[in-house]
Design a protein around this ligand. Structure first.
Ligand code: SF4
Length: 402
């Protein structure tokens, strides 16, 4: 089974807190980029065709703002996937979108192309907070996009929300939670704002006063209360938390993200996209002109690779970072990715995967974390307690091996 992440790095404008690989660009650059992206996908279909391993179970269009792809561009990409791979009938095919970047007709068109899950970046239901974040939409615009998506027949929708926004307080965050619960999506991702280096927020942040552009960041106590409120309000509304920051109705967990958290392999295509394929973790070129030139028509790179995927993966003209995971790396990932999921990690699967007993590798660590109330053992599973999830960054760092 293959999972695809397809990166579309373009946005109408850069949000003030964003450190993703995303930026505005002209229609011409976007078109050139999609052509290069298609050539990259062809490269993989060629190789997987030669290896006879080509069933696609999930596709995720992320960005950036992939809802800026035209219907024709999306059609081209989907046609290429369908021609080069066996896209499973029940494949989960998600597209990230921003309110105001697609209308009812476009939503109907992309549904026909096979996109069956939308992930909408709302962030807040409070207009002043959206403005502070530098988002292009207001709450009204979100409501229009959301209701158009329902009218177009989308029955699997995620909404992203954010806490710890400058100027946000407990009451305004509660309003966002209430509005989102009333909207009744199938899935909710709830993240806390992190001030990342290289963003406008980072430049504007005054760490002495905890203020950004004249707006107070919520205090640590308020942040903690928002965090607990999220779990409580969404839990009461029937959403179960299945990952540290993700909540879903029954049977609506994001299958694509579960591939990441359960150590499954995936192919990332597009600028700066990461992959875990054939045992390698690697990252695409993140400089646009280098990426366009690597997949340029005139290079003829498509004909240069035989059936061995190692040749493609290790090619430094295409990938800026390549590493073959050792058993130790895989064990670490199994633990710190798997423990992000609330049902935890299976003891039996660890033994099957690595031919070693989990206690022989992590025995003392597990014993201490259980003693400290941060983890529990439940049948075949080790998982974090609620307290362990609260301080998950610290807990998960214990699983790095010397
Ligand atoms: S829309 Fe998303 S990817 Fe684009 S700039 Fe804003 S936060 Fe970044």
């Amino acid at each position: 089974m293959i999972s695809f992440y397809i990166h579309f790095p373009f946005c109408i404008k850069k949000c003030d807190y964003c450190d993703f690989l995303s930026f505005p660009a002209s229609d011409e650059v976007r078109e050139e980029y999609v052509d290069a992206l298609c050539r990259e996908i062809s490269l993989y279909s060629d190789i997987s065709g030669k290896n006879g391993d080509n069933t696609v179970s999930t596709v995720f269009f992320g960005g950036g703002t992939p809802s800026l792809l035209t219907t024709e561009q999306l059609d081209k990409i989907m046609s290429l996937l369908n021609a080069g791979f066996l896209v499973s009938k029940d494949a989960e095919i998600s597209l990230e979108c921003n309110p105001g970047t697609l209308d009812l007709n476009k939503l109907k068109d992309i549904k026909k192309l096979g996109i069956n899950r939308l992930s909408i970046g709302l962030q807040s239901a409070v207009d002043s907070e959206l403005k502070t974040l530098g988002r292009i939409h207001d709450f009204n615009r979100f409501n229009l996009t959301y209701s158009d998506a329902r009218k177009a027949g989308f029955d699997n929708i995620n909404i992203d929300i954010m806490s710890a926004i400058p100027g946000q307080d407990i009451e305004s965050y509660k309003r966002t939670l209430t509005e989102i619960v009333n909207a009744d999506p199938e899935h909710i991702s709830a993240y806390s704002l992190i001030i990342e280096e290289g963003t406008k927020f980072h430049d504007l942040f005054d760490c002495d006063t905890n203020v950004i552009a004249g707006k107070n960041l919520p205090s640590e106590d308020d942040e903690r209360e928002m965090y607990h409120m999220t779990r409580c309000v969404l839990g009461e509304a029937g959403y179960h938390r299945y990952e540290i920051s993700n909540y879903a109705r029954e049977d609506y967990e994001c299958r694509h993200n579960n591939v990441y958290w359960t150590g499954g392999e995936y192919i990332g295509v597009g600028l700066g996209a990461s992959s875990y394929f054939c045992g390698y973790r690697y990252k695409n070129l993140s400089d646009m002109s280098e990426y366009l030139s690597a997949y340029g028509k005139e290079k003829g790179i498509l004909s240069q690779f035989g059936p061995n995927p190692d040749d493609l993966i290790k090619d430094v003209r295409l990938h800026e970072e390549v590493g073959l995971l050792s058993v130790k790396d895989k064990m670490e990932e199994y633990m710190y990715l798997g423990l992000r999921r609330t049902d935890g990690v299976s003891i039996r699967r660890f033994t099957e995967k690595f031919g070693a007993d989990i206690d022989s590798i992590y025995g003392p660590v597990l014993e201490k974390l259980i003693k400290d109330g941060l983890m529990i053992k439940n049948g075949d599973m080790f998982k974090l307690t609620d307290y362990g999830i609260d301080v998950s960054n610290v807990v998960l760092s214990n699983f790095l091996l010397d």
